[in-house]
Write a protein that binds this ligand. Structure first.
Ligand SMILES: Cc1cc2nc3c(=O)[nH]c(=O)nc-3n(C[C@H](O)[C@H](O)[C@H](O)COP(=O)(O)OP(=O)(O)OC[C@H]3O[C@@H](n4cnc5c(N)ncnc54)[C@H](O)[C@@H]3O)c2cc1C
Length: 803
């Protein structure tokens, strides 16, 4: 084994091999993969090898498409067969809701260029005769599905990487990692040490152990997973290879394996494997079968596909593989550790491994993943992902793998975990809670305890009228919202203003003022949006998306000067409440001595004030589009602030409102939000944020690219629509049609209660951004006429916020 390498990849499963190959492809040749045993000695060797392009996150779906297309390239380079069988696949719906879900998946696939097709039950049965039609209502067909040989794929990556210059060392275990002062790593193995500039943790089932070598607890857990292979089936003799099928209600997947069928299940009573540590002596081993556990799924499987029952069981496989709490991979650089990368938690290695390798290698070589990988970024998790939290969430995710997640559905596992001091008080007011970063926050308020439950649906739900009353209550009077679930950052020091000016695209505000600002990467793409508040000459308070706290901190720390500025995340130190609506000033004025008139405290002002007895940061800013104030207080004061506002609020008709109403109101205002309208695939001009970019500053990150985008107009443009919809609104990810062609996609949608219209925000090509008509938006498989709005649906001039 060589003693120095630019990169050491730990782990020779399908993911590590893919990372290695992609690094060589990106031009880094001095790369070494270290494998404890033989290649595929983790979860890879016993995988069923199934692959498909459909994924809930369109950006992950794109990387899955890439992975499947890659196999041909690998075979050509390596001469190693990947054993690719593209059979096509059908997803079977046994309920009306599932059929709706499939229609939505098909619609989403349109703008990804996927050729998905809805089928009647008869059409499905023609393609897949093993099904008993009586259990199903319809299906969706995907021509690009199939399976590969896990061994072949891993070796094809490995050989291609070796041809590209990589080295692979087998039978060598990494036992420790120590970092040198310059950020490089000593990789300690049982066969000597390697000095590496970068380390990639692709240790699959042992990713946690490798993480612990550098002091981190990665949120991954292995679950046992069983599939069986039937005996030979006469029904298959002389027929072309059967399609892949997913039977959602049966919670099973099924495909042909030689002359029989392979059937696997994500059973409800899933069992984690090695909950705390993974044994090093586990290798190409299987776990004992437990047919009892999957018996309910098998029973359904045999009922839905009767020929399987008589075929008998030839083989059962029970093997572990890892999941992150949301089921998506964990990739990227780990905050706080120089040159330490992860590529783990990949639960669908044969659909996702290529995309993961591509994105990670681009990130390492170019400093940017080259694609929108937010849904897979390791930085989407924070401190709350303890071992026990991960355990509860992974079990839940596994058991729901084939369940529908409704847009208004909140999942119950690991809750309540994080609460603010007013949690009980909001509960007494019949709040229906959601969790965001494991923090409970009110979504809407029901009139009674009994009604405080969401009836899950793709259509307008039981919450609709109550959310409507919250919105009109804000419009006509004053509403109170808990806003603790934002990320907050304390930035201070003599160099703070200069640093913020460099890292943020907008001008740094004067003392006592607020500026909204995008944060851009070098490519001029959006990697954050912040409310930047200036308390003193050298002290700033930043508010941004909480889920991106680690993501932001990673970027901040990478760009901090050696001295003069400190940045501290303080989300849970400062919790918040906001009041909004035309009477919000009167309410707040009744509690503060400061003059809140527009002359004295205009829109976008920020100041320390005492609200009643509570010391608070108060900002005059609005995400509802109404006159409004945000108050940030240390956690110990939140209860007193809430009490003061609600008691004083009685004279002003104060109404509590929640996150659903806020979302509806911000859509009426065309206000975007992180991970929906603002993502690293869009630039500020495209996202209509150029008014928040100060090009008069000579230097800020992304300036040149953003200027170029501004001059060219960008490829896309965010526009607002009102839709002729009746009982279901757009949610996000629906296709936007123009003159019978899919030309864009919705980023957010909902009902605008203040304007009485179904609304959506979405991206269209810039050339069509001013088209007068011809738009349609597809909601649950039906195209609805959509009218492009020239500005915000509500108060387009923004006068109300400024009164
Ligand atoms: C029963 C079953 C069926 C499945 N079916 C499918 C399917 O149909 N389709 C699909 O896409 N996926 C399927 N999967 C999941 C798939 O197997 C995983 O997504 C994939 O194997 C993940 O690969 P990996 O490289 O991340 O991890 P692993 O395969 O676990 O590889 C990690 C490697 O790292 C090595 N290693 C760990 N620690 C060290 C160390 N300290 N030093 C050196 N080497 C180390 C290990 O020996 C191992 O070889 C299935 C899994 C199971 C269990």
């Amino acid at each position: 084994m060589k003693s120095h390498a630019k990169v050491v990849v730990i782990g020779g499963g399908v993911v590590g091999a893919s990372v290695l190959y992609h690094l060589t492809k990106a031009g880094w040749k001095d790369v070494l993969l270290i494998e404890r045993a033989e290649l595929t000695s983790g979860s890879t060797w016993h995988a069923a090898g199934g692959m498909h392009t459909v994924n809930g996150d369109p950006n992950v779906a794109k990387l899955q498409q890439y992975t499947i297309r890659l196999y041909k390239e690998l075979e050509e380079i390596s001469g190693q067969s990947c054993g690719v069988h593209i059979t096509g696949g059908i997803m079977l719906a046994g309920t009306r809701e599932r059929l709706d879900w499939l229609k939505m998946a098909k619609a989403r696939g349109r703008y990804l260029g996927m050729e998905l097709e809805m089928l009647s039950v008869d059409e499905a049965a023609k393609l897949f005769p093993l099904m008993d039609k009586t259990h199903f209502l319809g299906a969706m067909y995907d021509p690009i599905e199939g399976h590969v040989d896990p061994y072949g794929v891993t070796h094809a990556y490995a050989k291609s990487a070796q041809i590209g210059g990589a080295e692979i060392v087998r039978q060598t275990r990494v036992t420790d990692l120590t970092q040198r002062i310059d950020g490089s790593w000593d990789v300690i193995t049982d066969h000597g040490n390697v000095h590496a500039e970068h380390v990639v943790n692709a240790a699959g089932l042992w990713a946690r152990e490798v993480g612990r070598m550098v002091g981190i607890e990665l949120p991954v857990l292995a679950m046992e997973h069983q599939y069986l292979i039937t005996g030979d089936m006469p029904e298959l003799v002389g027929k072309k290879e059967q399609l892949h099928a997913i039977d959602f209600e049966g919670e099973i997947y099924i495909r042909q394996e030689r002359a029989g069928m392979l059937m696997g299940t994500y059973e409800r009573a899933g069992v984690p494997w090695s909950e705390v540590t993974t044994p090093w002596d586990f290798g190409q081993d299987l776990l004992p079968n437990d047919l009892e556990r999957i018996a309910p799924s098998l029973e359904l499987g045999f009922a839905h596909f009767p020929a399987l029952e008589s075929a008998g069981i030839r083989k059962i496989v029970n093997g572990p593989f890892t999941f992150a709490p949301d089921g998506n991979p964990l990739i990227g650089p780990v905050r706080g550790l120089t040159n330490f990368w992860v590529a783990c938690g990949v639960m669908a290695g044969f659909s996702q491994g290529g995309g993961v390798g591509l994105a990670l290698s681009q990130w390492m070589v170019n400093g940017d993943p080259g694609a929108d990988v937010w849904g897979m970024d390791v930085a989407r998790y924070g401190d709350w992902t303890t071992l026990a939290y991960t355990n509860a969430k992974v079990r839940e995710n596994y058991s729901r793998r084939f369940s529908i997640r409704f847009p208004n559905e909140e999942l119950p596992a690991a809750r309540p975990l994080r609460t603010t001091p007013i949690y009980e008080k909001l509960g007494e007011a019949h709040a229906v809670f959601g969790d965001y970063c494991a923090l409970e926050h009110p979504l809407w308020f029901a009139p009674s305890k009994e009604e405080a439950v969401d009836h899950v649906s793709f259509r307008r739900s039981n919450a609709h009228p109550h959310v409507g009353l919250e919105c009109t209550g804000v419009r006509d009077g004053v509403g109170l919202l808990e806003i603790s679930n934002y990320g907050k950052f304390d930035v201070r020091g003599p160099g703070a203003a200069e640093w913020l000016s460099k890292i943020m695209a907008n001008a740094v505000p004067k003392v006592g003022r607020i500026a909204l600002t995008p944060m851009l990467n070098e490519r001029g793409k959006l990697i954050g949006d912040f409310t930047m508040c200036r308390l003193t000459h050298d002290h700033f308070f930043l508010v941004g998306t909480y889920a991106a706290e680690v993501f932001y901190m990673r970027w901040f720390e990478q760009h901090l000067p050696p001295a003069g500025v400190t940045v501290r995340p303080c989300a849970m130190e400062y919790v918040g409440l906001s009041v909004a609506g035309p009477r919000s000033r009167d309410l707040l004025q009744s509690l503060v001595r400061d003059d809140l008139s527009t002359a004295a405290f205009p829109f976008m002002s920020f100041r320390r004030m005492a609200v009643g007895m509570v010391p608070a940061y108060v900002g005059r800013v609005s995400f509802t589009g109404e006159l409004g104030y945000e108050m940030w207080v240390t956690t110990d004061y939140q209860r007193a602030l809430y009490d003061s506002l609600t008691v004083a609020g009685r004279d002003f008709g104060l109404k509590l409102f929640g996150g659903r109403a806020l979302n509806a109101m911000r859509i009426e205002k065309n206000f975007g939000t992180w991970a929906r309208e603002y993502r690293p695939i869009y630039g500020p001009t495209e996202a209509n944020l150029s008014r928040f970019v100060d090009f008069s500053k000579p230097d800020f990150i992304g300036r040149a690219a953003a200027l170029e985008e501004k001059e060219s107009g960008g490829a896309l443009r965010l526009v607002g629509f009102s839709i002729d919809a009746t009982d279901a609104d757009a949610l996000g990810d629906e296709p936007i049609w123009h003159d019978d062609k899919v030309i864009g996609w919705v980023t957010s949608g909902g009902f605008g209660h203040r304007v009485g219209a179904s609304l959506a925000l979405g991206y269209v090509p810039t050339a069509l951004a001013c088209a007068a008509d011809g738009f349609e938006i597809e909601i649950i498989g039906e195209r609805h006429r959509a009218t492009r709005l020239a500005g915000a649906a509500y108060d387009p001039k923004g006068a109300l916020m400024r009164v």
